[in-house]
Design a binder for this molecule. Structure first.
Ligand SMILES: [Zn+2]
Ligand SMILES: [Zn+2]
Length: 363
């Protein structure tokens, strides 16, 4: 196997003209299974319904805050359920912290301070336990009322973009970071599949815009708050938002899978896991993960193909995206991924089911 170029040096964004605008190209060879690049999102946010249903994730990096056992109990509606091999659960409650001024939680002090420095100073308020008249609270209620699950975007991603600009020492620099996503959003509504931009949602969209302006208006990005600018923002998160899914139960399952156990014990464990996923499937269906979306500069420059040569994965159980080659990729070849649910092999809500199949297939 040839060595990869490491980090993000192995790829390059190129202008390719036409309707695609730009694309991401390999500068060296990547073998199937190899990491092409890793990146953090500029902003990321859990979906609001997902949050409302009790999925607990770090407010900054989306790392699960429930233990695998708590997660399994909730998803299977069985409070008595006990998971064996608790050492396979990666949730470290001793590291969790809450914002001292509002109710949001983080997986670590590091995430808390990164959120505070980037956008949470502007967005910190009482949340659902506090003032229900707060414009940010009203904004979230309004969003939940127009966008039922399955969710594809969040108004809070837009709120975090705005708050990032508001807090930035270098506002122009922050605006520039987001402008790299804007190429595909201006006056291309016919290409944008976001339902909120349809005629039926005009009134709701206007209501969201007013609440957002009331909560977060900022002079240097006044154009984001105009009707046209706001539609572009919705289109931006709809078009560029990458789904992020994390699950403590899936991490536990993976770690169990890696345990070196005597054959009989292994078989016993796998039967337990199979049965557990069947129970969860009965209660919860495919709605298994902490889910949200994020804006990733490199990932969003990858064009779509139904025959992709790469796919986005989240192996650290947080918002860090690892783009993995699914085929051998030659230098100069374009990196293409599949955007669409029905041909995407790794969309978060399907990955647990895929994992279940995997567990079944090998034992
Ligand atoms: Zn975190
Ligand atoms: Zn706070």
């Amino acid at each position: 196997m040839e060595a990869s170029c490491g980090d993000t040096h192995g790829v390059e964004v190129r202008e390719i003209g036409g309707s695609k605008g730009k694309g991401l190209f390999a500068l060296c060879k990547f073998s199937a299974g190899e990491t092409i690049f890793e990146e953090r999102p500029l902003v990321c946010s859990q979906f609001l319904w997902n949050q409302a249903y009790g999925y607990l994730a770090c407010d900054y990096c989306m790392r699960p805050l429930e233990t695998a056992e708590e997660n399994a109990q909730r998803l299977s509606s069985n409070r008595q359920l006990v998971l064996p091999y608790p050492q396979c659960c990666n949730t470290k409650k001793e590291n969790h912290v809450n914002c001292s001024q509002c109710e949001v939680s983080y997986c670590s002090v590091a995430c808390q301070s990164l959120a505070w420095e980037q956008y949470h100073r502007v967005l910190c308020f009482g949340g659902s336990g506090g003032d229900s008249n707060h414009p940010l609270e009203q904004l979230q209620v309004a969003w939940r009322n127009v966008h039922y699950p399955p969710e594809t975007a969040s108004i809070m991603l837009i709120a975090r973009m705005i708050a990032t600009v508001k807090q930035a020492k270098d506002k122009e620099g922050a605006i520039h970071l987001f402008s790299q996503f804007c190429h595909s959003t201006v006056n291309e509504e016919e290409q944008i599949a976001h339902k909120l931009l349809g005629e039926r949602f005009q009134v709701q969209l206007e209501q969201l815009r007013e609440l957002l302006s009331k909560a977060l208006f900022e002079e240097c990005i006044y154009h984001w708050f105009t009707p046209e600018g706001f539609r572009s923002l919705i289109a931006l998160v709809g078009t560029n938002g990458q789904g992020v899914g994390t699950s403590p139960l899936s991490v536990w399952t993976k770690n169990c899978d890696a345990l070196d156990l005597p054959t009989e014990e292994k078989q016993h464990l796998n039967e337990f896991i199979d049965h557990l996923y069947e129970e969860v499937d009965k209660e919860t269906g495919a709605f298994l993960n902490n889910e949200g979306s994020g804006l990733y500069p490199l990932q969003s420059s990858c064009n779509h193909s139904c025959v992709p040569n790469a796919e986005a994965t989240f192996p650290y159980s947080n918002f860090v995206l690892v783009m993995e080659a699914v085929k051998d990729i030659e230098p100069g070849e374009e990196i293409v991924v599949c955007y669409l649910d029905d041909c995407n092999r790794h969309r978060s809500r399907h990955s647990r089911i895929k994992m279940l199949r995997y567990v079944k297939a090998i034992f």
